[in-house]
Ligand binder design. Structure first.
Ligand SMILES: [Zn+2]
Ligand SMILES: [Zn+2]
Length: 286
């Protein structure tokens, strides 16, 4: 039983050492070069993300600026989609339709996700984000007219006779009912969250308003008793922001303390910001 030689040795046996020497190389070197080249230049094919499209292009050839092994593998006119539920390459045939329906992923309450299309279409919220891509693909095919939209029960004219109801039809109705209930619960939760946020801000602002009014009252009591609020520039500034000078008084104070127009404008601005908090109409006591 003779020992089987390796494929490498058998390949070398086929090559003329003389020819190789004449060309300034060795058989080993030539084979190694051939292997390296076939690995480096091996095509790396990318598909079009449009469902059912079979076009592909050679990414390696594209990146190396090399001619692809087949003309149909050219990357000319291909686009890349880098975000949303369906990213990847788009062939020139499908760039237009995919651009019109470019999807993005949006997260909604309850740890769920939705695909939102550039055309305005939205998927139903899904718990598993992996479902968004096929849903968007279905939408894309419907938009392209490659699929016929299903007639939903609600769109059918007249009522379906009871004896024509199949189990599947009933299940679909129950599914719709369940979805509706879920959506309703979600809407209510969102409304409650918004109300809580609004209520919190209202209370906080109310508290700030009361605190500032307390300071205002304290300052007003001090008028005449202990302090002329125009005499000192710091006092005049505080009064201007917290209570507000009328136009004439502000002009006089600005002249007296050397305030430029920017400072005057700033004092007016700060006063205007505080006004809605401190000058709120009193809430009716219940
Ligand atoms: Zn395509
Ligand atoms: Zn769309």
């Amino acid at each position: 039983m003779t020992e089987q030689s390796t494929a490498w040795d058998r390949l070398l046996g086929l090559i003329s050492l003389t020819d190789a020497a004449n060309q300034g190389t060795t058989p080993e070197q030539a084979i190694a070069d051939a292997i390296r080249e076939s690995v480096v230049n091996a095509p790396s094919l990318r598909n079009c993300l449009y469902p059912g499209c079979l076009r592909e292009f050679d990414m390696t050839a594209r990146m190396n600026g090399r001619k692809p092994a087949r003309p149909s593998w050219s990357g000319d006119g291909w686009h890349q989609v880098t975000r949303g539920p369906s990213h990847g390459s788009v062939c020139p045939d499908h760039v237009d339709i995919v651009t019109q329906h470019l999807p993005r992923t949006v997260d909604v309450p309850n740890g769920r996700w939705m695909a939102v299309c550039a055309c305005g279409w939205m998927s139903r919220p899904q718990t598993y984000g992996g479902l968004l891509r096929p849903l968007w693909e279905e939408h894309l095919l419907l938009a392209a007219g490659q699929l016929t939209p299903p007639v939903t029960l609600a769109e059918k004219t007249g009522r379906q006779p009871l004896d024509e109801f199949t189990e599947a039809a009933l299940n679909e109705l129950y599914d719709q009912l369940e979805d509706t209930e879920h959506d309703r619960a979600e809407t209510r939760e969102a409304a409650q969250a918004m109300f809580k946020a609004w209520d919190w801000h209202r209370h906080t602002l109310g508290g700030v308003g009361r605190a500032v009014v307390a300071v205002q009252n304290y300052m007003r009591v001090a008028v005449g008793e202990t302090r002329d609020w125009t005499a000192d520039r710091h006092d005049a500034y505080l009064w201007g922001v917290l209570i507000g000078w009328d136009d004439d008084a502000l002009e006089e104070i600005a002249a007296k303390h050397g305030w430029n127009e920017h400072r005057v404008k700033y004092v007016r601005e700060m006063r205007a910001l505080l006004a809605p908090i401190t000058d709120q109409p009193k809430e009716p006591t219940t």
